[in-house]
Design a protein around this ligand. Structure first.
Ligand code: MSP
Length: 647
């Protein structure tokens, strides 16, 4: 069975931060969990690229909105890929296919009499991109607190007022349509006050999708953005087979758009409604919502580099009740890591496997304790039920209760004594102790896979499992199914203990590097070249001369400074050859190593190797620069496969 769900499509006015990552990693977790349940989950994410906010950010960066949107959208995508987040569709609202869907939806509303031409004079909030009836122009927006501007416009309006009753009926009929309950109540009281018609076009804006009926009007960004959930899966024939969505996952500040406007648009167009809208809370840093405007953003990649991305996934889903706000803190992150992962799960795994090696020559005995089996059954049921309700924190808590029960069981059984005992029942008890611990770990890996896919996979392999963990399903969660007689894999610590202070210092230093690199990428005006710095034209060449140069697309796997050489970076670049290329590049003055990892670059692949500072460089990275200026790496606006040749 299909399960179609979405994250919000993110604005391209800022580079991704942990707030965006939070939603996307929760969606990735749901996707993996749904697959284990036997669904075929389809996830859409992407970027929301029109509107005044983006137009203004692009202008501040000295770029056209399209170029700016291309860059930021690519950065979101690069980041999701670098973090290993899974999604099926990446929709961009500047995609021409999307323009058609938005116009199609509007025409259906128009035909059914729910769109009409009218005019508005009053306050407008650029940040929320909405008309604010409640205040006078110049006063602060009641939602975001920023000053409003004055506008007078002729627009198309959507007859939202006609949907007050129908929406209330919907919320009544489908009590789970809006989750969690507290958020549902907020929406109910908002709609009960009665809804006003909504302007769905803008004449003061150029950067948007044109209305099919008025030459100089574009769609209101929310009419445009919400429709992307259909475009992503519709092909040429909206709404497409996967519609309606089973779930829209959103942050609480955009719940109203999803739970009020969106179902009303769909009702007006006679289209099926999504099944559920789930609003999660905000990630706070220093007690404020993490956001670009507050300048208190953190990125996921520095944490990924120091602790692994799984540690961040686990921390966010365990520490914060999904649906409520939660404070992010490095101290709490490391405390959770050390307590739950290093001392808890990691320790249980390495202890168990070491004993299997020591006492049973690396072969797990297939005998299992009944009492722990009962505990496991309850823990499995509770974890699955909580995850299914998106109560990740409670689900993980239930799972950890099993790990603690197994820890206690091992201490009680004292396998180190059983191994030396001459009692008749010592050997079978030792078997059962080791088998039980390994079996509990097997179940833990399956349950943990949606939250920590990489780490769970490592433990799974160490348990000697030969089928891939991603292929495990909930039907494999029955107690006592550990395949007997198989040899365990090599034991490697999955969560080494972390010393908080140096780890935090390292993350903070990397954060600074990444922030600086992002600011350079997105924030700086493009400076015009001074005339004398532009290189004179080179002599003409034949095409045969050009094709001698083997230019390839590669992706940077790692980047490190070269000792004693300020300008050089030591890169490993994957160009789809069996081994990554080692390349030494003189770009350290322009790029922080952390900002390069995961980035697609162009490589001259057939240069004679050359030794630089004792490192053999096998190729050159292509960058543009003016005489004496900083190098700027060549890259691509569209996605391109690694190894592709430039010609
Ligand atoms: N473009 C709109 C959404 C259109 S959906 C049809 C938008 N974009 S946004 O870039 O501002 O992203 C908002 C979403 O990012 C939030 O709803 C949430 O999912 C995520 N988050 C951004 N900052 C966040 C926090 N500080 N904390 C939690 N989630 C956050 O709104």
């Amino acid at each position: 069975m299909k399960y179609y769900f979405t994250t919000p499509i993110y604005y391209v006015n800022a580079a991704p931060h942990i707030g965006h990552t939070y939603t996307t990693l929760a969606a990735d977790t749901i996707k993996r969990f749904k697959r284990q349940q036997g669904f075929e989950p389809v996830l859409t994410t992407g970027t929301d690229e029109h509107g005044q906010k983006v137009e203004r950010s692009a202008e501040a960066a000295g770029r056209t909105p399209q170029v700016f949107a291309d860059m930021v959208s690519a950065e979101f995508r690069r980041q999701w890929d670098a973090l290993g987040l899974e999604y099926d569709h990446y929709i961009r609202t500047t995609d021409p296919r999307h323009h058609k869907t938005v116009q199609w939806l509007f025409e259906r509303c128009l035909k059914n009499g729910y769109a009409y031409k009218g005019s508005y004079t009053g306050a407008y909030c650029v940040s929320d991109e909405r008309y604010v009836n409640e205040v006078e122009p110049g006063q602060n927006c009641p939602d975001c607190g920023r000053p409003t501007e004055s506008v007078t416009e002729e627009n198309y309006f959507f007859k939202l007022s006609a949907f007050t009753e129908r929406l209330l009926e919907l919320y009544e009929r489908e009590p789970d349509f809006i989750r969690p309950e507290a958020r549902r109540n907020e929406v109910l009281s908002f709609v009960r006050q009665g809804l006003q018609d909504l302007s769905i076009s803008r004449s003061n804006l150029k950067w948007g999708i044109p209305l099919p009926v008025e030459g100089n009007q574009v769609f209101y960004v929310w009419f445009d953005a919400l429709t992307s959930y259909i475009t992503a899966i519709a092909g040429d024939n909206p709404p497409g087979e996967l519609w309606p969505a089973d779930l829209h996952l959103v942050g609480k500040e955009i719940l109203r758009f999803h739970a009020v406007f969106w179902p009303a648009f769909l009702m007006a167009a006679d289209l099926p409604l999504p099944k559920r809208i789930f609003a999660h809370g905000w990630l706070l840093f220093d007690n404020e919502k993490m956001s670009k405007s507050r300048g208190n953003m953190l990125r996921a990649e520095p944490i990924q580099k120091v602790l692994g991305f799984d540690a961040l996934r686990y921390y966010l889903l365990r520490e914060i009740t999904f649906g409520q706000d939660g404070s992010f803190s490095y101290d709490a992150l490391i405390t959770r890591y050390n307590a739950d992962l290093a001392n808890g799960l990691g320790n249980l795994a390495s202890r168990t496997l070491t004993m299997v090696n020591q006492y049973r020559a690396g072969v797990v005995p297939a005998t299992f304790d009944e009492a722990i089996g009962t505990v496991a059954k309850q823990a499995v049921e509770a974890t699955v039920a909580h995850f299914d309700a998106l109560e990740f924190s409670r689900g993980l808590e239930a799972l950890w209760s099993l790990l603690s029960a197994v820890d206690k069981f091992i201490v009680e059984q004292a396998p180190w004594k059983l191994a030396r005992s001459a009692d008749a029942d010592a050997a079978p008890r030792l078997d059962a102790t080791l088998g039980t611990a390994a079996e509990a770990l097997r179940l833990a890996c399956i349950l943990l896979y949606p939250v920590m896919p990489e780490s769970a996979g490592k433990i799974w392999a160490q348990l000697g499992m030969t089928t891939p963990l991603e292929a495990a399903r909930h039907t494999d969660l029955a107690w006592g199914h550990y395949p007997g007689g198989q040899k365990i894999g090599d034991i490697v610590g999955v969560f080494p203990r972390i010393d908080a202070k140096p780890a935090i210092e390292k993350i903070v230093a990397l954060e600074e590097e990444v922030n600086a690199a992002q600011a350079q990428l997105l924030g700086k005006k493009v400076e015009a070249a001074p005339e004398d710095a532009v290189a004179p034209p080179s002599p003409k060449i034949e095409i045969d001369d050009f094709v001698k140069v083997d230019l390839r697309v590669g992706v940077v796997l790692s980047a490190e400074p070269v000792k004693g050489a300020d300008k050089l970076l030591h890169l490993k670049v994957d160009i789809a050859e069996p081994e990554p290329r080692t390349i030494v590049a003189g770009i350290a003055g322009a790029y922080a190593p952390a900002a390069l990892v995961g980035r697609k670059v162009v490589i001259v692949a057939n240069l004679q190797p050359r030794k630089l500072r004792g490192i053999q460089s096998n190729g050159m990275i292509v960058a543009g620069s003016l005489e004496g200026g900083k190098p700027v790496l060549a890259g691509f606006l569209e996605d391109i496969p690694i190894g592709a040749r430039l010609k």
